[in-house]
Design a protein around this ligand. Structure first.
Ligand code: URA
Length: 244
């Protein structure tokens, strides 16, 4: 591999949000890579699975996750919450991580926030004359195991689990993605600004358009009438973009 090719790979992973450079334990570093690896800090030794295996499928990704113990979140989980919905969907919703109901059922967005998400998707679609139901889209999260006390996932948890989210998106290849809340936005966009600035606008993850909007849990709080109206507007724009 030439230094240019190695640089290309490193830039590719950096664009995906990886901040650490990994090498398989015991594997030699190609002589041409050594100076580049040294320049990129910190260098951590860990096993990094192939990001985008050829012919990747959701089934293969799920079986690669297996009975995962790659980060500390596995200790408190009941079920891994991989994702649900139409595998050939033109639209993918990405949340933060499972809550108690999701952890129990092994399915994303089945608790109160999930019911609101379903209403938002189906209510907006019906009002706009777009014939889709929740089951027509695909729904998943940045992390697949429930964080304790529903805390925000840590950067290292997002980095480890994010590779599976990226593979899910590459396998589905939707026309657009909806990032629900700040964690999904950070995982996909490396965004520097907050959610109120980023929402309602189109961004990109690789070459897939990403609409950012508020997380349904935030909308459930009573004082968020204005945010609710904005989220409905965001969803309307998203559904028209994907299904018109
Ligand atoms: N909140 C999320 O972010 N994801 C879920 O699956 C449920 C609640």
């Amino acid at each position: 591999m030439t230094p240019e090719e190695i640089r290309g790979y490193l830039e590719y992973y950096r664009d995906l949000g990886f901040e650490s450079i990994y090498k398989r334990a015991g594997a030699p570093v190609a002589p041409a890579a050594a100076p580049l690896m040294e320049a990129a800090k910190p260098v951590t030794l860990a096993v990094l699975p192939t990001l985008e295996p050829e012919g990747d499928t959701l089934g293969k990704i799920s079986s690669d996750i297996g009975d995962c113990t790659r980060c500390g979140l596995h200790r408190g989980r009941n079920k891994i919450v991989f994702g649900t919905g139409n595998e050939a969907s033109r639209l993918v919703f990405v949340g933060e991580g499972p809550g108690a109901d999701e952890d129990e059922q092994g399915l994303p967005f089945v608790g109160r926030a999930g019911q609101l998400l379903t209403q938002m998707i189906e209510g907006t679609a019906a009002k706009e004359g777009i014939p889709i139901k929740r089951g027509d889209v695909y729904i998943c999260n940045v992390v697949k195991c429930r964080p304790p006390e529903n805390r925000t996932p840590l950067p290292e948890e997002m980095e480890v689990c994010g590779q599976f989210l990226f593979r899910q998106l590459m396998a589905i290849k939707p026309k657009a993605v909806c990032a629900l809340g700040a964690t999904a936005m950070k995982a996909l966009l490396n965004a520097k600004e907050g959610i109120t600035k980023s929402r309602g606008r189109w961004h990109k993850w690789r070459d897939i358009p990403v609409m950012v909007t508020y997380h349904p849990s935030y909308l459930l709080r009573q004082y968020n009438q204005q945010a609710k109206r904005e989220a409905w507007e965001d969803l309307k724009a998203l559904l028209h973009f994907v299904y018109d």
